[in-house]
Design a protein around this ligand. Structure first.
Ligand code: 7TS
Length: 414
């Protein structure tokens, strides 16, 4: 596998496909470093969605008319393309949801509420996003299952010895984040899945921050469920993916009832459609599926290995620049293969929200807050942090702009 970076020239060519990156904010060209929240959308994706609305907008699976057939084929093909992208066995294993959060809830409601009870254990990690943490915590309360958290070490990694202690034969579900949206840690998810399987537990991996920027092979990871969002991978909002092993999805109850997810309905009862449609009730995200497919094509044309290498390099550069500041505290592991393309930090004496506001004066867009990881921030001993997160179109010059804005904030607050 090539680890070649996305070169400077190519970054320029890539940036040309994102008119929004030319926008001015407060009189300066925007420096968009909030990619862990949402990435920008290339022309190829916008064009694919616009082509759908202009030329074959129609409902799917219902009409025998031509436009509906075209829309249905495009919608179904999008499942196949995503299946291929993550190395799933086929469209049966790819359910389109609203986002990662809905994918978590689908499994928690459909599998969790039916399978869990007192005496069962759900194992999460201290670095879970609220999408997984709150969902399983509440399913635990409703079913009487107990919830435990794998510790995060001072270096910002999972304590795998603790994972081995917590994951016992009582464990029914292990849900872990692949790449932390706060610490940037790339977790050893295959190892976690293996420990879960050794104890006959299922494993759900939250790949919201992984699929956008590294090759992901759900079979190699052997996850039972794996989730991610279109809007964090150059795709549109409103669509996410739940991968699930076919035999598990087959056994699970539907999550939402209604049209499209049935085969036969009487006044007394109903039977369920085949996978994945059993889990896609009502009119689905057709334009978004077309957009997601275009995003997958676009990403693969650049190459996921090269996107990963580019992000690792930007993360290393940002980490080193910020660490050199002296009064900046950085969270998460040191740069390396187990750190993804984001850096969360605090500037001594300046609240993260004030910092983000000064950054905004410089047209630098970062996120400030708890990044939907409140318990992790409690553990770090801070209420909030600032976070710069990178994507394939970002440059070292943009990180320099971030550091300049920090210098400005320091002066203002000193
Ligand atoms: N899991 C992780 C690891 C995430 O980073 C996010 C979103 C989600 C789940 C939820 O994704 P959604 O598409 O359902 O919202 N994270 C962030 C973030 O870090 N800043 O804004 C959203």
């Amino acid at each position: 596998m090539s680890q070649q970076n996305v070169g400077a020239l190519e970054v320029e060519r890539i940036r040309d496909q994102f008119p929004i990156l030319e926008r001015e904010v407060n009189g300066q060209r925007v420096v968009y470093l909030d990619n862990a929240a949402t990435t920008q959308t290339p022309d190829a994706v916008v064009d694919a969605m616009s082509d759908y609305y202009r030329n074959y907008n129609s409902n799917v699976h219902r009409g025998i008319h031509h436009l509906s057939q075209e829309a249905s084929i495009a919608y179904e093909d999008a499942h196949d393309r995503v299946a291929e992208f993550i190395n799933a066995d086929g469209r049966e294993e790819v359910v389109f949801t609203k986002n990662t959060t809905e994918a978590e809830n689908l499994v928690a409601y459909s599998w969790g509420l039916n399978e869990l009870g007192p005496g069962d254990r759900i194992v999460l990690t201290e670095m879970e996003h609220h999408a997984s943490l709150v969902t399983w915590q509440q399913i635990g309360k409703r079913t009487g299952a107990d919830v435990e958290y794998v510790r995060v070490t001072d270096e910002g990694r999972l304590d795998m010895d603790h994972a081995r202690e917590l994951i016992t034969d009582d464990t029914a579900m292990v849900s872990a984040v692949h790449v932390s949206n706060t610490l940037g840690t790339v977790n050893p998810v295959s190892e976690l899945v293996e420990i879960a399987h050794d104890h006959d537990a299922l494993a759900f991996i939250d790949g919201a921050q992984a699929v956008p920027n590294r090759p992901v092979d759900v079979k190699a990871i052997d996850a039972d469920f794996y989730a991610f969002s279109g809007h964090k991978m150059a795709g549109p909002t409103g669509i996410g993916v739940l991968y699930g092993k076919e035999h598990l999805l087959e056994e699970m109850e539907p999550y939402l009832y209604g049209g499209d997810m049935i085969t036969k309905v009487t006044f007394e009862d109903a039977t369920w459609n085949e996978l994945p449609w059993k889990f896609e009730a009502g009119t689905p995200q057709i334009a978004e599926a077309v957009g997601l497919r275009a995003a997958v094509d676009w990403l693969e044309e650049i190459g996921m290995d090269r996107i990963r290498a580019h992000e690792e390099e930007l993360a290393r550069y940002a980490y080193e620049q910020l660490a050199a500041e002296g009064d900046v505290e950085i969270y998460g592991p040191e740069p390396g293969p187990d750190r993804g393309g984001l850096v969360s930090f605090n500037l001594e004496g300046v609240h993260a929200h004030d910092l983000a506001s000064i950054m905004n004066d410089h047209a630098v867009a970062i996120r400030a807050g708890d990044h939907c990881t409140q318990p992790l921030h409690d553990k770090l001993g801070v209420a909030a942090s600032a976070r710069a997160s990178f994507y394939v179109y970002n440059t070292e010059a943009e990180i320099d702009a971030l550091v300049e804005a920090i210098d400005d904030a320091r002066q203002l607050f000193s």
